[in-house]
Design a protein. Sequence first.
Length: 388
Amino acid sequence: MLKLIHTADVHLGARHDDLGEQAAIQRERQFAAFRATVDLAIAEKVDVMLIAGDLFDSNVQPRRSVERVAAELKRMADAKIRTVIIPGTHDVYDRASIYRAYDLASMAGSGPDNDMVTVLDPERPWIHLASCDLVVAARVFATKRAPHSPLEGILSPDMPDAGWHVGMVHGSIAIPGRTDRDEVVVTTDEIAASGLDYLALGHWHSAQNARAGSVTYAYSGAPEAVALDQDRAGKALLVELEEVGTGRSVKVEERQVGRTRFEKMTLDTATLKTQQALIVSLAKRSDPDLVLDVRLNGVRPDELDFDTDEIETALAPGFLKVRVRDVSAPALTEGPLPSPDTIAGAFIRDLEARIGELEASGSTAEAAEARDALRLGRLLLSGREVSV
């Protein structure tokens, strides 16, 4: 059996300008996830770690950040685990490449006489790891946009014989209308025809795997969420390749390495009493590693109103991030209507008719505004105070 750890899209050194004071914390969380992936590789006694692009968020990184990565790669080398890295679209192998500026292999203690750390590039598209009976191949380009499919000729006749062939690509699976403008694109037909046993993909930040013909391919996703809406991030993939009788088995298992958790909640506003009661209830779920996404829906009573900014601000100290969306709708009038000859009766009838027309035509935003106007109007006409 050959055991691999597959990771990608670590994006070390990401600026996270949108996170403000949380940016430095999130960068450390990303490095911690990378370290946890190394810990997993050592604990599982894998043969090789594959890093399928965007290890770094850009080619502009301080030396101390590269040294931290090299120290982790050395930990694996000391455990007899080999590492193969390809550049991605953020740490692209152009003239300013971080892999040209720093010799990551030598910084990790890997010399020319061993294969413990390898960075594949346009001049070195494959590595034969004889001790693992494995060839790892990748077509790396010196530009961000690939001039052709990286699977074109990925296995060449001049490669030595090996029991296993693994490919690495940082790019998108072709989806018409969605990935047409991506810098690097491969098709499932190309994957099926590649002759590989396994294709390690990077670029998409959600973990997933599938098969094309006889070839198993997978995205490891980002080991720690790069953006706080990536609820399938946080994984590394443990890949086991094994001869089974006359056939071959490729098993892909997701392992959690990131700390960020995601939770989505939908609450019916008809069951809620006050905004403060909602805040108290949600605060019980406080967790500094949790991204909480709350959706308020249903039909809410006239007296119930929400300020989502206030709710998010009140809850923010207890969570990594809180998002509250109010898509609830104020109720229409219940019971007998006032006489149409009264101001209240005429107002309610005219506005409810307008709401019906807007909802029938699909103008949901305008209908929601009209429902809220109806709610406020009813409160004012009944003599109650309202806040707008």
